[in-house]
Design a protein around this ligand. Structure first.
Ligand code: MN
Length: 380
């Protein structure tokens, strides 16, 4: 079994409130909603609750019951946070997750993210959309095509954190060799029809390429929402041993960034030695690094970080409008520790890779945080 996950902010939203998880046993997609960090907090809380519960559960646990319990606890936690002032108010999230043991996948689900099974060339949706149009479709009042374009397609009938009661859908699926399972947020399924998703999955044999193709195709179709996919590929010859984990998830790509960070630290050390020896101004003028200004803003400095012999060899080249608090922890550390040192291209490339918890660097600050456009409060 090979798996891959990928999330993308899309073409319209300023931030990504989807959260993904894929570790070879637990797989999840959560699509958060609610402004002012609410969506991210809710989706991250949901995924964490499930991974913790499954991780802490006994080896012989009844996974369906464990998962159902974890989803109910996640709901309690998010609801409490949202309604007692200890977290962003009005937040909620969808959650579609799978727990894999051998050839058995237990799927737990609430909201309008989806799980699909691709078997023998046919794509089948394993989850019910907990949405108004999902209900209209199940009652035979509208067709799948009408549901796809329906103006109220964002209205959820169930989500985590919006009501004290939840009724998650939990089901066990037996897998066979050749199956593919896709978990995805509605940023994929509102952009692509089931046929288009199936075609992409059938066209791309490689699991990582397929993941990327799904996201790229949804972006080409408009990318109106955050797009997240987790793809499990049970291909022969070893369909049920989790051997090769491939990930195109940026969260994992950061790992290779660690190698770069070590290399950069070595570059800094080498530079310090050169400076001690020659104090070469030429080098200082062609060396840049990423740091924070006195106003805590992400800033490009010319020179080298720190001081040598009591003298500082750097000055501000460009101060951005983004503060370090707007960065995700890994990116924040990268900037605060002055890890990125090199020529201007290196530093500019690093800036583009920084991950924000707020609007991206090319957006002016103070813009309103993204709330799912067209999302009405869930009506139960
Ligand atoms: Mn969404």
């Amino acid at each position: 079994m090979r798996y891959c996950s990928r999330t993308d902010v899309g073409k319209v939203r300023r931030k990504n409130e989807d959260v993904l998880h894929a570790d070879g046993r637990v797989f999840a997609v959560a699509d958060g909603m609610g402004g002012h960090r609410g969506g991210e907090v809710a989706s991250a809380t949901a995924v964490e609750a499930v991974t913790d519960a499954v991780g802490a559960g006994p080896a012989d646990a009844n996974v369906s019951r464990l998962l159902a319990g974890a989803i109910v606890s996640a709901n309690d936690e998010i609801y409490q946070k949202a309604h007692t002032g200890s977290g962003p108010p009005g937040m909620g999230t969808t959650l579609t997750c799978g727990v894999l043991s051998g050839d058995t996948l237990v799927i737990g689900h609430i909201g309008d993210s989806r799980a699909y099974l691709l078997r023998d060339g046919n794509l089948k949706q394993l989850t019910e959309d907990h949405s108004l149009v999902g209900e209209l479709f199940r009652n035979g009042q509208i067709t799948k095509e009408q549901a796809f374009d329906h103006p109220s397609r964002n209205v959820l009938t169930q989500a985590l954190g919006t009501s004290t009661e939840v009724a998650p859908q939990v089901a066990t699926h037996k897998l066979t060799a050749g199956d593919r399972v896709l978990l995805c947020s509605d940023g994929l399924t509102t952009m692509l029809t089931d046929d288009e998703i199936a075609k992409t999955l059938l066209d791309e044999a490689d699991v990582a390429t397929a993941c990327r193709a799904l996201v790229d195709t949804a972006n080409k179709a408009g990318g109106a929402d955050n797009i997240s996919v987790v793809l499990l590929d049970f291909a022969d010859p070893d369909p049920f041993s989790v051997e090769k984990a491939v990930s195109a998830d940026p969260a994992r790509r950061k790992k290779s960034g660690c190698g770069r960070a070590v290399a950069l630290i070595l570059v800094v050390a080498a530079l310090a030695l050169i400076l001690a020896g020659f104090a070469s101004l030429r080098i200082l003028n062609n060396t840049y690094y990423l740091g924070v200004s006195k106003r805590h803003r992400v800033t490009i400095f010319r020179g080298v970080p720190g001081s040598f012999g009591g003298l500082s060899y750097s000055r501000i080249l460009e101060e951005t409008t983004v503060t370090s608090d707007q960065l995700r922890p890994t990116s924040k550390r990268l900037v605060e520790d002055n890890t990125v040192v090199g020529d201007l291209d290196t530093v500019l490339a690093a800036i583009r890779r920084l991950e924000m918890v707020a609007p991206p660097l090319d957006q002016p600050p103070g813009t309103k945080p993204g709330i799912k456009p067209g999302t009405s409060p869930p009506s139960v």
